[in-house]
Design a protein around this ligand. Structure first.
Ligand SMILES: [Zn+2]
Length: 274
C-alpha cells in the first residue's frame, strides 16, 4: 500500500533515478560537496579541550570516490596542521587519554593499498604515528574487487614494523544494524582472530564499518567488549554512540579552507552518510 502511494507521488523518471546505484552515488557526492562547503562557514564551537583523530581512507585510489584524498592534498593537510601548531600523536593516545587541544592523530579505515604506497612515506618523513583498520576478508584476498586495492597481510606487517597501530574493521564490512546478533559476533571475533594469526597479536581496537551513529546498535558495544576490544572508533564528536571514540572524517573535497574549518570543529556534528 505504501509502495503504491509512493508510486503515485514520485514520478517514474525520479523513481528510476533513485534506484540507479551510479546516479545515487553521484547525488550523494554532490550533496556531500555542498555540506562540506556550507559547514565550513558555520559558527565554530567553544574552546576545545581534547585531541582530534582524523579518519582517512585511500590516498590516491580514485575509485574510492569521496573517501579518496590525493597524495598532494594529504601532504598539504599535514603541513597546514603543523603550521597551525598541532602535534601529531598516536590515535590510541587520544583514544585512551583524550589528549590535549592541540593533539592530532591520523587513522585509515579499510586497510587500502595506498596507505603503504602513498601515505606511509609522507608520514614517515614527518615522524607521524598512525593507525590502520583492516577488513580481514579483503586483506585475506577473499574479495576479488579488493585483490589489488586492499593491503595484504605482508604489507600490513610492513606498516606494523613502521610503527603503525593495526586494528580490526570487521571481516566483511557489514552495516551492523542489518545483520543478526550471531553474525555481528562472528564479524567481531573472526576478524580479531585472523589478525592474531596473521600478524601475531590480537588487536584491542575496532573501527565501526561506515562508522555512523546509526551503524552501531547498543548490543554490538557489549559484543565488542566480550570479543576483547577496548577501543571502538566511530565518527563525529557530537553524534557518536556512547562509549566510542570520536573521529573526524576527511573527504576528497577538503581544501585548505575546509580542512582549517575541520580542525576548528565545523564538522563535529557531521557524519558522512550515503
Ligand atoms: Zn570502512
Amino acid at each position: 500500500m505504501i509502495r503504491n502511494a509512493i508510486k503515485r507521488v514520485i514520478p517514474a523518471p525520479l523513481r528510476r533515478f533513485v534506484r540507479d546505484p551510479r546516479r545515487r552515488a553521484e547525488a550523494a557526492e554532490a550533496r556531500l560537496f555542498l555540506e562540506r562547503h556550507t559547514l565550513a562557514s558555520w559558527p565554530r564551537r567553544g574552546e576545545r579541550r581534547t585531541g582530534r583523530i582524523l579518519c582517512y581512507h585511500s590516498i590516491g585510489q580514485r575509485e574510492f570516490g569521496v573517501n579518496d584524498v590525493s597524495p598532494a592534498r594529504f601532504r598539504r593537510h599535514i603541513e597546514l596542521a603543523l603550521a597551525a601548531g598541532y602535534r601529531f600523536v598516536p590515535p590510541s593516545e587520544i583514544a585512551r587519554t583524550g589528549g590535549g587541544p592541540k593533539d592530532l592523530a591520523i587513522s585509515f579505515d579499510d586497510g587500502l593499498k595506498s596507505v603503504l604506497t602513498e601515505a606511509a612515506p609522507i608520514l614517515r618523513a614527518h615522524g607521524i604515528a598512525y593507525a590502520v583498520f583492516a577488513v580481514s576478508s579483503w586483506s585475506d584476498r577473499k574479495h576479488p574487487w579488493y585483490l589489488d586495492r586492499a593491503l595484504g597481510w605482508g604489507e600490513l606487517e610492513l606498516l606494523l614494523r613502521d610503527g603503525a597501530e593495526v586494528g580490526s574493521h570487521s571481516v566483511s564490512h557489514p552495516d551492523f544494524t542489518r545483520i543478526g546478533h550471531q553474525q555481528a559476533v562472528d564479524e567481531l571475533c573472526a576478524s580479531r582472530e585472523t589478525i592474531r594469526q596473521r600478524l601475531g597479536f590480537a588487536p584491542d581496537a575496532f573501527a565501526i564499518p561506515y562508522g555512523q551513529s546509526m551503524n552501531w546498535p547498543a548490543a554490538c558495544a557489549q559484543s565488542a567488549r566480550e570479543a576483547g576490544y577496548q577501543l571502538i572508533y566511530a565518527q563525529a564528536e557530537d553524534t557518536r554512540p556512547k562509549g566510542t571514540v570520536a573521529r573526524t572524517f576527511v573527504t576528497k573535497h577538503d581544501s585548505d579552507r575546509i580542512f582549517r574549518a575541520l580542525l576548528a570543529g565545523s564538522y563535529d556534528r557531521w557524519e558522512e552518510w550515503f
